[in-house]
Design a protein around this ligand. Structure first.
Ligand code: ATP
Length: 301
């Protein structure tokens, strides 16, 4: 039998970075939005643990113990007190180190796939507890849709919304390291009084209304100045997206992927074509959100 799971990328509609905590993490408020750009995780019974990857960035990703897929397999097996026997293949579409939490999506997808394959029957909440220890964004990748994330981003609360939003993503040649972007954010804000972050009411209202124009006006990412200062070309990329008609552009998470919000599907095709023609990014992808969290799409026997 094999189990196929689709696990979504995320963008942060809002990412507000608060003060640095004693444990070295920043206090965050994030409004997560899962999108239909997915990694596909296929799990089959095997001897021991076998992991292979193809697609976006996979050539530079080792399948050793540092890989979040391998870590997720062992974490679930340990929790369920079983010997891990599984063969997993991940077809990646989510850019590596792109600020879209592809590694967390793979970890979430692996937890769901192994849970189904091994019949461990854990709830989403139990999987999220295991996932939170693997990475702050793993719980959200399990729940998907729209959610507020607090703490390091791992405390998830669903957000009501309606309608679908249409996005164009501009993928860069090279990723950005998340810790390096946070360090740069600290450097840029040195001497500033950093207040505890709060969720934007305007953003929540835009989601409830399904209003793309209001959402465009409310998009906000505190890491954007840091990402731009490390990768200055992002500034002109963001400007170009808006010039070519996007309602707004924002750096996704720690970057360097830029997300452009469009009015509807046809508009997103126009923006994607225009962005491709600029030659300012490696690849352009379209997706919609909110998308469901990591879920089994085809168990075959
Ligand atoms: P973040 O969740 O911090 O925003 P990101 O989206 O920028 O991360 P990811 O692609 O999730 O970037 O991966 C960040 C790092 O995690 C990679 O550079 C890689 O070293 C490591 N990693 C481990 N396993 C995986 C995996 N299965 N897929 C992607 N990255 C992985």
């Amino acid at each position: 039998m094999s189990v196929v799971v689709r696990a979504p990328a995320k963008i942060n509609l809002q990412l507000s970075v608060g003060p640095l905590r004693d444990d070295g993490y920043h206090e965050l408020v994030s409004v997560f939005h899962a999108v239909s750009l997915v990694d596909v995780i296929t799990a089959q019974r095997g001897e021991g643990v076998q992991v292979s990857m193809s697609g976006e960035g996979s050539e530079s990703l080792a399948t050793d113990d540092g890989n979040l897929v391998v870590q997720a397999i062992h974490a679930l097996a340990q929790h369920a007190q079983i010997d891990p026997h599984v063969s997993i293949h991940v077809e990646k579409s989510i850019p590596l180190a792109g600020g879209m939490a592809g590694g967390s999506a793979d970890a979430a997808g692996t937890l769901v796939a192994c849970d189904a394959l091994w019949g461990t029957g854990l709830s989403r909440e139990e999987l999220a507890d295991i996932g939170a220890r693997l990475g702050s964004d793993v719980p959200f990748a399990l729940f998907g849709a729209n959610a507020i994330g607090r703490g390091r981003g791992e405390e998830i609360m669903p957000v009501l919304g309606q309608g679908q939003f249409h996005w164009v993503f501009a993928l860069a040649d090279e990723g950005l390291s998340t810790p390096a972007v946070y360090r740069q954010c600290d450097t840029l804000r040195q001497g500033e009084q950093i207040r505890p972050p709060e969720v934007s009411d305007a953003l929540l209202h835009a989601l409830r209304q399904g209003d793309a124009n209001a959402l465009a006006a409310a998009l906000h990412n505190d890491l954007q100045p840091a990402a731009i200062s490390l990768r200055p070309a992002l500034r002109s990329l963001l400007e170009a997206g808006v010039e070519y008609g996007a309602l707004a552009g924002v750096v996704s998470g720690s970057g360097p992927t830029c997300a452009f919000l469009c009015r509807d599907s046809a508009h997103s095709i126009d923006v994607a074509v225009a962005m491709t023609a600029t030659g300012m990014c490696r690849t352009v992808k379209r997706a919609t959100g909110p998308a469901p969290g990591a879920r089994v799409v085809t168990p075959t026997g």
